[in-house]
Design a binder for this molecule. Structure first.
Ligand code: BES
Ligand code: ZN
Length: 642
């Protein structure tokens, strides 16, 4: 331990002053000329117009030229933006918004007032209006008052990862570029964004929409543009830790605080013990309206969370552990392109499960890992199977929309790979490498090749570790599609629930077996999830007479935790149970989180196509555009077109 700490400090002294050198690897998902020029600072001034569902504003970027031959044109990413005018170093200039190149958007070409030599700096200011439509995947979701919980005030939020920042403001929309921010947002409702607020952390209660206020945020740690965020609505806040505040719609605040406050300090302490001190002065959480399509999003300073995390049983803290872990893996050390997305998510899952082991014990951690393995199997099936290029660790987009290619596979295959490397060098040594990695790439970006070099260099003076690392088949881990080698999940609790699942897998309509609450007495949540995952995988579904008992006898249908309820409904729908349809429709109307919505639609469409289509049509305007695209694909795969 002593060695680890002093080692870390020494590294910090060397690394901190070095700021984000540009990464020269081509990011196929950006049309900006980021290899020739780099954004150093971004000054955003935005106005949220709820009545028209648009954001207007100006963006001023401070740019440093990098091109050895000099720079006379700057190209920024935009998507569905109307550009009103552009100036360079305060003087109007020529510019052209080129036609849309699907799926990347319309590049904004700006003629500079002269050729800037490498190292010279200038500012570019653009005023713009975002005019995104609901039908395209874009950065913002807007709600009318009737779509919110309190029905009184509108709400809006952004989701920029992976490539939607360009749909809000013109920028170099590649994770390989990092910029500091000053963010000024005008709104009639409270605002959160990706920086340290300069206003009071507790908003006064919202009474009406009469007064537009200015909310200012400063982000002095350089971040990639996908980490920009904004949410505005009737947000109420409460302090839940020395440097943490929680925000939600007022009606959800009490339950959210009760759910998340007890574990927060532990989560922060564990991550800090594994890596190093959290560098921002604040860590806040925002619980978004129910349609938020993700479990969480690691927007710096204000993480965004799905309302489904507030399940009433404190069983979803792994989501908070996950998003908090991104403060390090993603927000400080960032994948240099989305092809190396596993470096963001695989590391984050690794840290998440490290935290979980410390807080809830080894069994909980193991169960998360097993449920994760199940997610990996489902992911590989849904993304084309064992031969599909989309199931590789290092992704290859080949012109696809990043949202369509990025999946849970990167999380779980990445996690499995990191655990494998941990086993290769040995846990004690690995735990010294972890802070080294996060120090070496502090405020920088990293790709898969650099990760490998970093690991091999770190252990170069350790003959035993180096020899062990020579056996790693990097080529297969990085580029071979399909499932990797299955880790050895040894766990008595797991054996118990699989034993019960095996019993259920043999049941027929004529069986005489009587399930009893005793079967699941004392089970932890992970056991229920692993048990149900096993039933979902069965080739022959569970007979309906038993499905009817599964909910009441095992107490599953009383749960408010959608991790549990959604799995139960999948088992029931796969068994053809008509009784499960109304509850499935309720869940589909209760959340827009894709993790639950997608498999439920897959099951619903198999049981009753008409009801699936009807349900989708009813809920379409509630779902986020990215979720809409996903469900359209599910239905199209079944031959249903729109
Ligand atoms: N950074 C991701 C969300 C994301 C991934 C947005 C890819 C856009 C593209 C976030 O940290 C995340 O992983 N969310 C998970 C929950 C988590 C507990 C695994 C989710 O939403 O499912
Ligand atoms: Zn994540």
């Amino acid at each position: 331990m002593v060695f680890k700490d002093s080692f870390r400090e020494a590294e910090f002294r060397v690394q901190l002053p070095i700021m984000c050198p540009p990464n020269r690897k081509i990011d196929v998902n950006s049309l900006a000329n980021y290899e020739a020029a780099v954004t150093k600072h971004t000054d955003l001034e935005l106005k949220i117009c709820f009545d028209q569902s648009i954001i207007t504003g100006t963006t001023e970027v401070s740019i440093e030229a990098l091109a050895p031959e000099g720079l006379s044109e700057l190209v920024l990413d935009t998507s569905n933006l109307k550009i009103c005018d552009v100036s360079v170093s305060e003087k109007p200039t020529q510019w052209e918004l080129k036609p849309m190149v699907e799926p990347h958007g319309s590049p904004l070409h700006i003629t500079l007032d002269r050729t800037y030599q490498k190292g010279q700096t200038f500012t570019v200011k653009a005023s713009h209006v975002n005019f995104e439509t609901r039908k395209d995947s874009s950065g913002l979701q807007w709600f009318s008052p009737s779509q919110t919980d309190d029905k009184k005030f509108p709400f809006m939020f952004s989701q920029c990862e992976p490539v939607h920042a360009r749909a809000i403001f013109p920028c170099q929309d590649t994770p390989s570029i990092k910029t500091t921010f000053t963010i000024r947002i005008h709104s009639v409702l409270p605002v959160v964004s990706s920086g340290i607020p300069e206003h009071d952390l507790i908003f006064p209660p919202v009474i009406d929409l009469k007064e537009t206020k200015l909310y200012t945020f400063k982000q002095s740690i350089p971040i990639s543009n996908y980490l920009f965020s904004v949410a505005s609505g009737n947000l109420a806040g409460e302090q839940i830790g020395p440097r943490s505040y929680l925000y939600s719609q007022p009606s959800a605040l009490e339950a959210s605080v009760a759910e998340l406050k007890p574990d927060l300090a532990g989560i922060i302490a564990c991550a800090e013990e594994l890596i190093y001190e959290y560098p921002w002065p604040l860590y806040n959480l925002v619980v978004l309206p129910r349609s938020f399509h993700l479990g969480g999003m690691e927007n710096p300073v204000f993480n965004f969370y799905s309302a489904t995390v507030i399940s009433g049983d404190r069983e979803n803290i792994s989501v908070v552990a996950h998003e908090f872990a991104h403060s390090y893996s993603g927000n400080l050390v960032t994948n240099s392109s989305w092809e190396d997305f596993w470096l963001n998510e695989g590391w984050t899952v690794y840290i998440e499960r490290y935290i979980l082991r410390k807080l809830r014990g080894e069994d909980d951690e193991k169960f998360q890992a097993m449920v994760g393995w199940q997610d990996l199997i489902y992911g590989i099936k849904s993304y084309g199977g064992d031969e599909s290029p989309f199931t590789r660790l290092v992704l290859d987009f080949k012109g696809s929309r990043p949202d369509d290619v990025m999946s849970k596979i990167s999380y779980e295959k990445g996690y499995t790979f990191l655990c494998y490397l941990e086993s290769v060098v040995g846990k004690d040594k690995w735990l010294i490498f972890v802070p080294h990695y996060f120090t070496k790439f502090y405020c920088k970006t990293v790709d898969s090749a650099q990760f490998k070099t970093c690991l091999l260099d770190f252990f170069a003076s350790d003959a035993t570790a180096t020899e062990a690392l020579q056996a790693v088949d990097w080529e297969s881990w990085y580029h071979k599609p399909g499932l990797p080698l299955k880790p050895d999940f040894q766990c008595k609790l797991y054996d118990n629930c699989i034993e019960l699942a095996d019993k259920w897998s043999t049941l027929t309509a004529d069986s005489t077996y009587q399930p009893s609450p005793e079967d699941v007495h004392g089970w932890i949540m992970g056991q229920f999830l692993a048990f149900l995952d096993r039933l979902i995988e069965l080739r022959t579904p569970v007979p309906q007479k038993y499905v009817a008992q599964l909910g009441p006898v095992y107490g599953i249908d009383a749960s408010t935790n959608l991790e549990l309820v959604s799995r139960y409904l999948r088992v029931a729908l796969q068994a053809g149970s008509q009784e499960a349809i109304p509850r499935a429709r309720e869940v589909l109307a209760e959340t827009g989180r894709m993790k639950f919505v997608r498999p439920l639609f897959e099951c619903l469409v198999a049981v009753n196509r008409d009801i699936a289509v009807k349900t989708f049509k009813e809920l379409r305007s509630f779902y986020h555009p990215t979720c809409v695209r996903l469900i359209e694909k599910v239905l199209q795969n079944e031959g249903i077109s729109f």
